[in-house]
Design a protein around this ligand. Structure first.
Ligand code: UDP
Length: 233
């Protein structure tokens, strides 16, 4: 049984099928699954993306990249506050931690505080990415997993695993049950960004990539059921 996992939720996942920024049905389902995982004694932290609001790379080319990325990082803070309140509504204590100060809205990340909160039964939400431009929230997911000595990273995606080609464009695309992290890097498969994959490889953190749309997929991934694609290290 795993002791501690980090779950990555993209902004796109939070938006689900809604034309708005948030799909409450999707978010409530995620929270219910995380509650189930925590009831099994597994400590959970969640990294939220910001793509439902803004991604640095989608900015106009005339825009300064650092500013574009700062907007993206702030978008993740908005997502985190929304998700935190959704947890509160379900009676679960959730703490938002950021690598930079956001007044009294979030707490600064420290390993010691993060571990203490999880020991006390809270779920952590990491927002603000790394705090630096030119990175993505995939990178902070693997960094936090390394810092918190997590047993596994769960990447909940729209696509239900890693394919040899884009399944939306190629009907014959083949899904891998397992793939080596070194192959994800050398074949540049773009399932997670390269910086994140390198940290997972170096720190030997296994990753499972699975579809959020599959029933109970977070619980199944966190309890070791065969689902999605396992990235071995
Ligand atoms: N971002 C950043 N540094 C980080 C993490 C995120 O600059 O360490 C910015 C970047 O512009 C990114 C945006 O925040 O496009 C939103 O994050 P991401 O694209 O990872 O969100 P997701 O696609 O997972 O929703």
């Amino acid at each position: 049984m795993l002791k501690r996992v980090v779950i990555k939720m993209s902004g796109e996942a939070l938006a689900g099928n809604s034309s708005q920024n948030f799909d409450n049905t999707v978010i409530e389902n995620i929270i219910a699954q995380i509650q189930t995982v925590m009831e099994k004694g597994i400590q959970v932290s969640v990294v939220v993306g910001g793509g439902n609001f803004w991604r640095g790379r989608s900015a106009d080319s005339s825009m300064d990249r650092c500013t574009a990325d700062q907007i993206g990082m702030l978008a993740t803070v908005m997502n985190a506050l929304y998700v935190q309140d959704s947890f509160r509504q379900k009676g679960v204590e959730a703490i938002v931690m950021t690598p930079f100060t956001v007044g009294s809205m979030t707490e600064p990340f420290t390993k010691k505080a993060a571990l203490a909160y999880m020991e006390a039964g809270a779920v952590l939400i990491f927002a603000g990415g790394t705090g630096h431009p030119f990175f993505s929230t995939d990178t902070i997911t693997s960094l936090r997993a390394a810092e918190l000595e997590a047993d596994m990273i769960l990447f909940a995606k729209f696509v239900d695993g890693v394919y040899d080609s884009d399944p939306n464009e190629n009907e014959a695309a083949v899904k891998f049950d397992t793939i080596k992290c070194s192959d994800v890097i050398s074949k540049n498969l773009k399932v997670v960004d390269l910086a994140a994959a390198s940290i997972c490889l170096e720190q030997k953190i296994p990753v499972v990539i699975f579809g959020l749309n599959e029933e109970n997929s977070i619980v199944r991934a966190a309890t070791g059921e065969k689902i999605g694609t396992v990235v071995t290290v």
